[in-house]
Design a protein around this ligand. Structure first.
Ligand code: HEM
Ligand SMILES: *[C@@H]1O[C@H](CO)[C@@H](O)[C@H](O)[C@H]1NC(C)=O
Ligand SMILES: *[C@@H]1O[C@H](CO)[C@@H](O)[C@H](O)[C@H]1NC(C)=O
Ligand SMILES: *[C@@H]1O[C@H](CO)[C@@H](O)[C@H](O)[C@H]1NC(C)=O
Length: 457
């Protein structure tokens, strides 16, 4: 009887393994080792240049062992940078120390990114196509193979719950939760404006593709992605873009004036359709330079100014660091540093910071609902730029992390995002944590700090 059970168990196990199909589905290779299927049910880990060896790339080489034991964890580094204010005040004032630490921040971050880029949604192995085809977002981790037993490989459910149900249970806002760092609405709109130059999903081709082949801070949201669009927006005089004056303030020209495509809903009147580089976004003169050189130089200067604002104000605020970040290209001039950039779809997915948005928009004495606010350029012209900036700077944004804070009117964006993530077969959160040397979560409580409340599901 005993023997029979054992034999049965073995059989069942064998059956399970066979049914498991592709052995890479269980992500056996650790420390960035690459899994390769061998025959029908075996695998091999390629541990080349990981600093580890063994069947699953788990055994550290001697130098790796030393590094792993000496190197502080990402949590420790973050703790140090966000505490010890007195210490950082001294460092911030000594320029060679500040430069050295800024150099470390930049190079250590860039070393975590594969460059040149590796995978995309259709290539889970390195290939010329994945490297060279700029119409794809790259992928930080390759997609889960198609032939796996579950969407996440071997773990989790075979069928995932409906995205709409998930969004309504976990994401939608019940009551506005303010951001604990006191982030303003101005920050939120800057985030949206800045990131839409490189997060520009090609909705016609699907979530794996981008319409922004510059993959970085190229100001294509201002100048347009194509040369044709740029030319339509340019004045071809003094290096300037076309513009119109309203109440003594300078605004973008109308769509009718320049003839570029913009996405406005039908009810927006022609006179209120601003034309700018990004379809969905509702100087100085040098006497010896021609228009072209003025235009091109202005663009480079504005790219530099944008990066400076992003690093020294925006990222500074986000990071919570007491160390004062610095934008200075010369910091990296004699470092090993990859200047090319490729935007990954995981980065895009994570940046869906819609919980930043408030319940309504308070501008001067008026309160605008979503319906009144979106695509309504007369909000801009009626209040004027400076009072808009003042109002946005006073209103507090919502908390992004922690769930249940996406405003109802834009919950559909979260639902689409969940659906796209599934289409692209993202790996598990823990797989990404491991990729960035963070400890995988062991439970729901470990991840959220809350006990799973089954009633809530
Ligand atoms: C009134 C405010 C906002 C509205 C109405 C809105 C609406 C939308 C819509 C309709 C999409 C496209 C969804 C899809 O078809 O998949 C989208 C995408 C996105 N949104 Fe927002 N959003 C708002 C604010 C923000 C803010 C403050 C951020 C901050 C970073 C943000 C980040 C993003 C990102 C990264 C994407 C993906 C872009 C792409 O892949 O092309 N949004 N949003
Ligand atoms: C490698 O991983 C597989 C699957 O997770 C496991 O069965 C095996 O024992 C591991 N090998 C070593 C040497 O740890
Ligand atoms: C990039 O890949 C897509 C999808 O396979 C294809 O339609 C497109 O033509 C490719 N682009 C280039 C420049 O090869
Ligand atoms: C657009 O904003 C103006 C105020 O500038 C407001 O009077 C108008 O009702 C808004 N339009 C819509 C469609 O809500």
């Amino acid at each position: 009887m005993y023997k029979l059970t054992a034999a049965f168990l073995l059989l069942a196990l064998g059956f399970l393994l066979c049914e498991g199909g592709n052995p890479c589905c269980s992500e056996p290779c650790q420390n960035r080792g690459v899994c390769m299927q061998v025959g029908t049910d075996d695998y091999e880990c390629d541990c080349t240049r990981t600093g580890f060896y063994g069947q699953n790339c788990t055994k550290p080489e001697f130098m790796t062992w030393i590094k792993v034991n000496l190197k502080p964890s990402p949590n420790t580094v973050h703790y140090i940078l966000t505490h010890f204010k007195g210490f950082w005040n001294i460092v911030n004032g000594v320029s060679f120390l500040r430069d050295a630490i800024m150099r470390y921040v930049l190079t250590s971050r860039s070393h975590m990114i594969d460059s040149p880029p590796t995978y995309n949604a259709d290539y889970s192995y390195k290939s010329w196509e994945a490297y060279s085809n700029l119409s794809y977002f790259t992928r930080t981790l390759p997609p889960v193979p198609e032939d796996c037993p579950t969407p996440m490989g071997v773990v989790g459910k075979k069928e995932l719950p409906d995205a709409k149900v998930l969004a309504e249970k976990l994401l939608v806002r019940r009551r506005f939760i303010p951001d604990p760092q006191g982030t303003s609405l101005m920050f939120a709109f800057f985030a949206q404006h800045f990131t839409h130059q490189f997060f520009k999903t090609d909705m016609k081709k699907g979530p794996a593709f981008t319409e922004a082949p510059g993959h970085g801070v190229d100001l294509s949201h201002i100048y347009g992605v194509s040369l044709d669009r740029q030319h339509k927006l340019r004045l071809f005089k003094d290096g300037k873009l076309k513009y119109q004056m309203l109440n003594g303030e300078m605004y973008p020209p109308t769509v009718k004036d320049v003839g570029v495509e913009m996405h406005y809903p039908p009810h927006v009147p022609e006179s209120q359709r601003f034309a700018v580089g990004h379809e969905a976004f509702g100087l100085q003169v040098h006497p010896y330079w021609d228009d072209e050189r003025l235009f091109q130089t202005t663009r480079l200067i504005l790219i530099g100014e944008t990066i400076k604002i992003v690093i020294e104000d925006y990222v500074q605020h986000l990071s919570g660091y007491n160390f004062k970040l610095k934008f200075d290209p010369e910091l990296l001039f004699n470092q090993k540093f990859q200047y090319q950039n490729r935007i990954s779809s995981e980065f895009n997915t994570l940046y869906h910071w819609h919980p930043l948005m408030p319940d309504s928009f308070q501008i001067e004495e008026r309160d605008y609902s979503y319906k009144e606010f979106v695509f309504n350029t007369s909000v801009v012209t009626e209040h004027g730029i400076s009072s808009l900036v003042e109002s946005f700077s006073k209103q507090i944004a919502g908390r992004v992390a922690g769930g249940r804070n996406v405003p109802g009117p834009i919950l559909y964006v979260s639902i689409k995002s969940i659906e796209s993530s599934r289409k692209m077969r993202y790996q598990s959160l823990n797989a990404y944590r491991k990729k960035f040397n963070m400890k995988p979560y062991s439970s729901f409580e470990d991840m959220t700090g809350e006990k799973a409340n089954m009633q809530a599901f």
